[in-house]
Design a protein around this ligand. Structure first.
Ligand SMILES: Cc1cc2nc3c(=O)[nH]c(=O)nc-3n(C[C@H](O)[C@H](O)[C@H](O)COP(=O)(O)OP(=O)(O)OC[C@H]3O[C@@H](n4cnc5c(N)ncnc54)[C@H](O)[C@@H]3O)c2cc1C
Length: 460
């Protein structure tokens, strides 16, 4: 687009949503996400900041009439480049749609606009003794709309499930510019095809989520974590399997491998043993009595083969532990300035294999590799440490990622557990879906978005 057509496009959009809600396409903060450290960047012709569902519908309608791509954007914390406008067009950033439309604590539900930050929902629920369990790591920046569009997980998904499990209804705008409502404040609804679930995890390729009805639960009275260290993945994963096999249900069951511990272990609040090559974090929740009993049982199950087992206690220590856990990704990035991470899932009994093979894959490609993740869900965040300015590193990381995907599928798993396909894993769905299933994916996209203008190049 020439500068003058770009200015004309911005003026047309300004006539729809108001001048104050349109920014030039060069606003770099809206052209990248958490894949920036692996060199992914985009370009846009305009950034639009809608204030209402009507704004969203009118902008999509205009884009559809003028064949302009539209990329929905939440908090920009995505790890798959989903919000990066790789083919130009309009970025639709939902941050100004951040109203809580209603909160009814006695009915355990909240109706929020898509741009509300995840942590805000957590805090509001907490203040009324309730819990919104999905807890993806960047919750101060990510938005509910982004969480729904990626069907985000997090440590506590082990017991409570991923974001989609907590959404009873959606308001969305679908091509060519229609607002639709699927589900609502009701807790059950099997009347039609499950369109809500199609939109959940669709990464902005089927519609723009403008609001959601969220389900809450009474917050557990106590949350008591246990940390255990092992010499390596085999002993640590055996302990994880022992926990699950004993019928214990921790709220979270996390791991860090040796490389992740090397990067983040020094700042671990309780201090990690020098010889540790694997760490497990489990958390017991419930009433004070239930949580204390479960924590004792977790300690027993995790003790065998451990170098050490600890039980952080008191709200400050527990908060420190999870703050540290949220920072693991940044500690790993700090080692070389960047990381190329893939988020695969394997069956629980193949977890140790996936963790060890990730390191071996990195070695074969001349890159240090490490992983951490949501062990109970078999969710491995396999990361290759890179210098983001080095094309050579990035190329080798891409080749290593190919092997990680192949490994996950060969072990009976999936190429993404929570970060999605986005841009970075484009074209990879064929690895795990049969041709007919792929055809159905494409057919769904075609029905929702016949012109292929919604977040083009992503997901399918
Ligand atoms: C430090 C860190 C830790 C993380 N930990 C986790 C974790 O534990 N679990 C996890 O699942 N993820 C994690 N993530 C990844 C990321 O936070 C999640 O994918 C999150 O759900 C993205 O939300 P967002 O609002 O930032 O979305 P964005 O990055 O802005 O967008 C993500 C995708 O959703 C689409 N989208 C955004 N908003 C809408 C909307 N309103 N309507 C339609 N489509 C939309 C975009 O087009 C894009 O495809 C982590 C990221 C970081 C940086």
């Amino acid at each position: 687009m020439t500068p003058s057509t770009e200015r004309a496009l911005q003026a047309e959009l300004a006539s729809i949503v108001g001048e104050a809600n349109v920014l030039p396409g060069s606003e770099s903060a809206y052209l990248r996400d958490a894949t920036e450290t692996r060199g992914v960047a985009g370009r846009a012709d305009a950034i639009v900041l809608p204030e209402s569902t009507q704004h969203v519908a009118s902008v999509l309608s205009w884009c559809y009439a003028h064949d302009v791509p539209l990329v929905p954007r939440g908090g920009g914390t995505g790890y798959a480049g989903g919000a990066v406008p790789v083919q130009g067009g309009v970025v639709l950033a939902l941050e100004r749609m951040a109203r809580v439309r209603s909160f009814e604590p006695l009915l355990w539900r909240m109706h929020v606009e898509a741009g509300v930050r995840t942590a805000h929902v957590h805090r509001l629920a907490r203040e009324s003794g309730l819990l919104f369990p999905p807890d993806p790591g960047a919750s101060e920046q990510s938005q509910i709309g982004g969480n729904i569009a990626t069907n985000a997980g997090g440590p506590h998904a082990f017991k409570y499930g991923v974001t989609g499990a907590w959404v009873t209804g959606l308001e969305a705008v679908v091509p060519p510019g229609d607002a639709v409502r699927v589900g609502g404040p009701i807790r059950k609804d099997v009347a039609g095809y499950d369109l809500k679930s199609l939109l959940i995890g669709s990464e902005g390729t089927l519609g723009i989520i403008t609001a959601a009805w969220l389900r809450l639960v009474p917050a557990p009275e106590a949350a008591l974590p246990v940390v255990a260290f092992y010499d390596g993945a085999p002993a640590g994963c055996a302990a994880i399997e022992r926990v699950v096999g004993s019928g214990l249900v921790p709220a979270a069951l996390e791991y860090l491998d040796a490389g992740a511990l090397r990067a983040a272990g020094r700042s671990f609040p309780g201090g990690a043993p020098e010889s540790a090559g694997f760490m497990v974090v489990a958390e017991a929740d419930g009433t004070r009595e239930e949580a204390a009993r479960l924590r004792g049982e977790l300690v027993e199950a995790l003790r065998e083969g451990a170098l050490g087992v600890g039980t952080p206690s008191g709200p400050a220590e527990v908060a420190d532990l999870w703050r540290w856990r949220d920072g693991v990704a940044f500690a790993v990035i700090a080692v070389r300035g960047g990381k190329a991470g893939e988020d695969v899932v394997v069956p629980l009994d193949r977890l140790a294999e996936a963790i060890e093979e990730t390191v071996a894959i990195g070695r074969r490609h001349g890159l240090e590799a490490c992983s951490w993740g949501h062990a109970g869900d078999g969710n491995v965040h396999a990361n290759f440490l890179v210098d983001p300015a080095s094309e050579d590193d990035l190329g080798r990381a891409r080749a290593a990622a190919e092997e990680v995907f192949a490994l996950a599928v060969a072990l009976g798993g999936s190429i993404s557990g929570e970060h999605g396909i986005g841009w970075t894993k484009r074209g990879h769905l064929a690895r795990q879906w049969a041709p007919r299933a792929l055809e159905l994916h494409r057919a769904v996209k075609q029905v929702f978005d016949p012109k292929g203008l919604l977040n083009p190049g992503k997901k399918v």
